[in-house]
Design a protein around this ligand. Structure first.
Ligand SMILES: NC(=O)c1ccc[n+]([C@@H]2O[C@H](COP(=O)([O-])OP(=O)(O)OC[C@H]3O[C@@H](n4cnc5c(N)ncnc54)[C@H](OP(=O)(O)O)[C@@H]3O)[C@@H](O)[C@H]2O)c1
Length: 330
């Protein structure tokens, strides 16, 4: 398993991280706690030492599952990342989303971050977080205040490093001048390349880790989802325009050469796509949502896949053939 730095202010972590959103159940049609614990443990056993969760995933449930899965393991061998800034237990001026009868609000006020870090530590069953991240920006709180709060938590030993998610290039560049910013986490995949000209160059210039979320486009890049696939009730892919029949058809054509390469190499499509993603300039880690032990074993293997220049070019050509999700909207 390859490891890379989480930026110059962070520590080493496996290039493949266990993405723990789906195991929280919320927005993914529920989850099975035992299968989820087994999936986390299988990932750790296969060499993945980096886990990305968030307080809001399953409203604390994902962090609890992760806490249970790492019980009895050597804590210093695991890089635990979680996020703050989305509250479902209080109201603030900024409504983020309404979902499953809950209203989720944004806040990065210092007192709220401090309360959240304590709650996450309890749920994770640990006394420090390796990488603490803002989940979404809070328009009511200046970035200077967020940086000050994170720097204080770091000095107090509650967190080892900190990062931002879903941030604008301007705020990201500013935060990098204000404190020891380690990472930026954004949506990035073969199908979602907006960050190539936005935050990725800023991460490269400032030695920040760049963590790709939804790197297999929530399953689309397995090449195995077609219009017959039924998603569970409450799964965000139900009725989602990114999973429309037109998108799925176009994707079959785009992925055909990757499928053929995967067959020749004896790998799977998503493994090649993830390995290609890890070779993009500025990208440091992929956070892959993993729900069971089979996915855990397969996703961990990506950490040792090498692609030669011809194979990289072939997948890049497939990526260039993708017209973009916007071209499918009415
Ligand atoms: N910062 C943020 O705002 C933010 C936002 C989104 C995600 N994230 C982070 O990024 C992580 C990953 O993103 P994501 O979960 O949205 O999407 P993803 O990693 O692109 O896709 C995950 C889904 O793909 C399927 N899958 C995974 N491995 C597979 C395999 N080997 N073979 C076949 N199918 C496989 C699973 O769904 P099925 O088995 O049900 O098909 C899984 O739930 C999250 O868990 C979270 O940690 C962060």
């Amino acid at each position: 398993m390859k490891k890379r730095l989480l930026g110059s202010h962070g520590m080493q972590a496996s290039v493949v991280a266990f993405g723990a959103w789906a195991i929280g159940g919320w927005k993914w049609g529920g989850s099975d706690a035992d299968a989820s614990v087994a999936a986390v443990r299988a990932s750790l056993d296969a060499g993945v030492d980096f886990i990305d969760t968030a307080a809001v995933y399953g409203f604390g449930f994902s962090e609890e599952i992760v806490g249970k899965a790492i019980e009895g393991r050597a804590r210093e061998e695991i890089i635990l990342a979680t996020k703050c800034g989305l509250r479902w237990d209080m109201e603030t001026p900024t409504l983020h989303a309404e979902s499953e009868g809950k209203r989720i609000f944004r806040t990065l006020e210092p007192a709220s971050i401090r309360w959240e870090v304590e709650q996450s530590l309890k749920r994770l069953g640990t006394d420090y977080i390796d990488l603490y991240q803002t989940h979404w920006p809070d328009p009511e709180t200046e970035i200077e205040s967020v940086v000050d709060t994170f720097q204080s938590l770091k000095q107090e030993g509650l967190i080892r490093a900190w990062g931002l998610c879903n941030e604008s290039p301007e705020q990201l560049a500013k935060a990098a001048t204000l404190g020891e910013l380690a990472t930026d986490q954004e949506r990035y995949s073969l199908l979602d390349r907006e960050q190539d000209d936005a935050n990725l160059p800023i991460c490269e210039q400032n030695d920040l880790g760049f963590l790709c979320y939804s790197p297999i486009a929530q399953g689309l890049l397995t090449g195995n989802i077609d219009s017959r696939r039924q998603f569970a009730e409450g799964d965000l892919r139900n009725g989602n325009p990114r999973f429309s029949p037109a998108v799925l058809d176009a994707l079959q054509a785009v992925l055909a050469p990757v499928k053929s390469l995967a067959r020749d190499r004896g790998d799977s499509v998503e493994q090649l796509v993830l390995a290609w993603t890890l070779n993009q300039p500025g990208v440091s880690h992929v956070l892959v949502g993993t729900r069971d032990i089979d996915q855990a074993a397969s996703n961990a293997q990506v950490g040792s896949i090498e692609l030669d220049s011809d194979e990289m070019a072939m997948i890049s050509q497939a990526a260039a053939a993708w017209p973009g999700f916007a071209s499918f909207s009415d």
